[in-house]
Design a protein. Structure first.
Length: 613
């Protein structure tokens, strides 16, 4: 029977206090992100210096505490009460929307806008004290005790979880007429002190934070945004010891890169680029990534993602077929082809790519520089703020690893050889938005996939430039090699002369045989080097072996020189000479084997080419 008086009314949400802890856990992925979020707030507050201190960890009887202190603008009592204590405030978001406030006083683009970064404090510990002061207002001290809100791990204990409502818990604050903590020269700033910590920290783990701070803001790239000074410094402390800064920086490393490609893709997909190889003049140009005749050379339309996003395959009747003119003047009709379905939807982007060639002997990198290059790949910055986790090792966001595995590895860069910085803006790329989890971008109307496809295409163009230059380098190497083989020959002549003088017939005979064999091998190898193009087409295996041979011959020259010197100084003992010849025999054996693999006459090269290319 129908109720004659159905109830009705209106009601607001009234969350239980544990909503705070649930949000804190969900929004801030881990303890590292927690610290980084708090440091981002310091950046937004225009701080120059931040110090992040881990105190009393691992010291028995002491209370582990994390302190994050900055000399930024600080907060007034009103900000504490009406912004800090009111999560999800659209405070920064609204500032950003009104264009003149998109930037901080120092001209920084604000990193925050969600109004939830503050929950990072919960991720780090239960007991939180905030001291904050602006230049013109007194220090405010606020205390939060999250133990009142929920249990640390709600399932791990049999104790009842407090069932209080959020608005039933109050948090104490007071003003300190004379500041207790914010006593720096600037007379402003914020100190967040967190104890009753929720994680264990070990001093080695600070490395990860150090690296994250380094990557937070992009490098100063010459020719681009030169004004962008380093006015933000984060110091890390483990007790009273400062954790050392990284040994190298992006700025130093990109200076070492032999191949550089920078460009701007406009919103229609037209790329303006500058390419520079360290030995050559800069090349500049423009390529419309959607003009098939222009990009055919780079086979960009052959990219799976590019096709999927932008193209469609059409088959027409013979009447609809298009007439294609060949280079010899003849024509043919084509009635199946790829056609542009649409232009991209991701907005413009600027990029700076730096590539290294690990096989290049002239690339003199220190071990820690190599490690640095391997550990960094392609970073994305929106309004000069890093979008996490792009650029981290193992994040295949440009599908390069996937393409290398599924297609031909040689067609794509490996993240190991590549460093990159890509710049987008909130204003011009509104479709590339942050995921709420703060990890990566969400795709709105396929904009993210468009963006990746455009970057892949740009990288492919760069790769072609780089490959051509590497081949040129190979040819240069050939010249060096010729002079190397001459040195080899000369040093053996000297050796021979000395042996003749010494009248040691047995050694002389051996040495002669050795020189002849070696010369023969050297000549053979010279032929192989002259077919550089073929070698380059063979990919990794062969490149490695030609590199090995090159190294081996160098070593043989060095050894020979050494023996000659010793011989001249009368310091050559019979066992050393015996060892030398034994080594040479081994080396020659190795060279012989390697040359067999490379030999175009053996027929194996031809077979390999078919399989690989
Ligand atoms: N170190 C600080 N110095 C000055 N003000 C701060 C500081 N930390 C936080 N605030 C203030 O508290 C607010 C809350 O910070 P919170 O990180 O939660 O949000 P947000 O930075 O606005 O956005 P997001 O969630 O994207 O980080 C900030 O908008 C800022 O006004
Ligand atoms: Mg924030």
């Amino acid at each position: 029977m129908a109720n004659p008086n159905p109830k009705h009314g209106s009601i607001s949400f009234r969350p239980h206090a544990r909503l705070i802890s649930i949000l804190g856990d969900q929004l801030i992925t881990n303890k590292w992100v927690g610290v980084i979020e708090l440091v981002k707030n310091c950046y937004d507050a225009d701080a120059n210096r931040v110090s992040v201190r881990f105190l009393n960890f691992g010291i028995a009887g002491e209370t582990p505490t994390i302190e994050i202190e900055d000399d930024g603008d600080g907060m007034t009592l009103d900000t504490i009460l009406n912004v800090w204590m009111k999560p999800a405030t659209p405070h920064k978001l609204n500032q950003k929307k009104s264009k003149q406030h998109r930037y901080t006083k120092k001209g920084r683009v604000m990193q925050g806008d969600k109004g939830v970064g503050r929950f990072a404090v919960y991720k780090l510990g239960n007991y939180v004290e905030i001291f904050t002061k602006t230049l013109s207002t007194p220090e405010v001290h606020l205390v939060l005790n999250f133990r009142q809100y929920s249990q640390d791990d709600e399932f791990a204990t049999t104790e009842r979880v407090p069932d209080k409502f959020l608005d039933e818990i109050t948090n104490e604050w007071r003003e300190n007429e004379s500041p207790l903590q914010i006593t720096n020269e600037e007379r402003k700033g914020t100190l967040i002190r967190i104890s009753d910590t929720r994680n264990d920290w070990r001093s080695e783990e600070l490395e990860k934070l150090q690296v994250a701070f380094q990557r937070m803001i992009p490098p100063t790239i010459p020719t681009f945004r030169e004004k962008f000074g380093k006015d933000f410094d984060v110091q890390l402390f483990w007790n009273d010891r400062e954790y050392p800064k990284s040994r190298t920086s992006f700025e130093e490393i990109i200076e070492l890169a032999p191949f550089r490609f920078q460009g701007e893709i406009d919103s229609r997909g037209v790329l303006d680029y500058k390419y520079k190889h360290n030995r050559d003049k800069e090349k500049t140009g423009q390529i419309d990534l959607f003009d098939e005749s222009k990009v055919a050379k780079y086979d960009i339309w052959g990219f799976p993602m590019f096709r999927e996003q932008f193209l469609e395959f059409v088959k027409t009747s013979n009447e609809g077929a298009i007439r294609i003119k060949k280079s010899d003047g003849s024509t043919y009709h084509r009635n199946r082809f790829w056609k542009i379905r649409r232009r991209p939807n991701a907005g413009p982007a600027k990029f700076f790519f730096y590539a290294f060639d690990w096989k290049d002997k002239h690339l003199e990198l220190k071990d820690y520089e190599r490690v640095f290059i391997r550990n960094n790949s392609v970073y994305l910055y929106r309004d000069f703020t890093r979008v996490y986790p792009y650029g981290e090792r193992g994040v295949d966001w440009l599908s390069l690893s996937k393409l290398r595995a599924e297609d031909k590895a040689g067609r794509y860069f490996s993240y190991n050889d590549l460093l990159g910085f890509i710049f987008i803006t909130q204003e011009k790329n509104p479709q590339l938005r942050d995921a709420a989890s703060r990890e990566g971008l969400v795709s709105i109307n396929g904009a993210y996939e468009d963006f990746v496809a455009l970057l892949q295409a740009s990288l492919k163009i760069m790769k072609d430039f780089v490959d051509v230059d590497k081949q040129r380098d190979e040819l240069r190497k050939d010249r060096i090699f010729t002079s190397a083989s001459k040195k080899f020959h000369d040093s053996f002549e000297r050796f021979q002369k000395q042996l003749i003088k010494s009248d040691d017939q047995e050694t002389l005979k051996k040495a002669k045989a050795f020189v002849d064999t070696t010369n023969e091998l050297v000549d053979q190898y010279k032929i192989k080097v002259s077919i550089t193009e073929e070698l380059a087409g063979l990919g990794m295996a062969v490149e490695k072996s030609s590199h090995d041979i090159f190294m081996m011959i160098r070593r043989m020259i060095e050894n020979a020189n050494d023996i000659v010197t010793r011989f001249e100084k009368n310091r050559l003992s019979a066992p050393t000479l015996r060892q030398f010849f034994a080594d040479l025999t081994d080396n020659l054996d190795f060279l012989y084997q390697e040359l067999q693999i490379l030999s175009p006459f053996s027929g194996r090269l031809a077979k390999k080419r078919k399989r690989l290319v």
